[in-house]
Design a protein around this ligand. Structure first.
Ligand SMILES: [Zn+2]
Length: 184
């Protein structure tokens, strides 16, 4: 018996009437970057279904070097496997979604941040950089970070959105755009 036991029962239900999805292009032509918060699940608030979109989640849904590496690899993989099926200028769109009431917001407080750094060994600067207190501002910054990254294919577009925990609504802050580089 572990804490996951009740969920394994739900998995039994799921598997009893399951149809596998073959490896292919995400049918929504979308990759979602969002927070790991348990109130922020794209399968629920965006209705994302199996096979529609890869989802990368971390604290805050921030565009870290690890996220940039994942997006770069997924773009490479999509182009290698399915490049001929795609329009020459379009692989997929990365939608960055930050949210209100984010738990990373506590990290904006220097005393809290200092304590967190001491307890976890994570540098204070790293913790400060992950804080989401104004999701509209951090979404703009992170879309900019992806668009400016030389490792991201110019065939990838990036958009920015905020999910409001109080209303359940997603608002688009930045429409999809390609990096401003040759080949884009
Ligand atoms: Zn969050």
């Amino acid at each position: 018996m572990t804490r996951i036991t009740p969920l394994l029962e739900r998995n039994e239900q799921f598997a009893s009437d399951y149809t596998p999805v073959a490896l292919g292009l995400p049918t929504a032509q979308l990759l979602i970057v969002t927070c790991l918060d348990h109130r922020v699940d794209p399968a629920i608030f965006l209705g994302v279904r199996l096979g529609e979109a890869p989802v990368i989640r971390n604290a805050g849904g921030r565009v870290t070097p690890a996220v940039i590496d994942d997006v770069a690899y997924i773009a490479f993989l999509a182009e290698q496997l399915f490049g001929t099926e795609l329009a020459a200028d379009a692989l997929f769109e990365v939608a960055v979604v930050h949210h209100t009431q984010c738990g990373t917001g506590f990290l904006a407080d220097p005393a809290f941040r200092h304590q967190a750094a001491q307890a976890t060994g994570i540098p204070e600067k790293t913790l400060e950089a992950s804080a989401v207190t104004d999701p509209e501002a951090t979404v703009r910054a992170d879309v900019g970070r992806l668009l400016a990254s030389p490792s991201i294919s110019p065939k990838v577009s990036v958009s920015g959105h905020v999910y409001d925990i109080a209303t359940g609504r997603v608002t688009t802050v930045l429409d999809a755009r390609h990096p401003d580089r040759p080949g884009a």
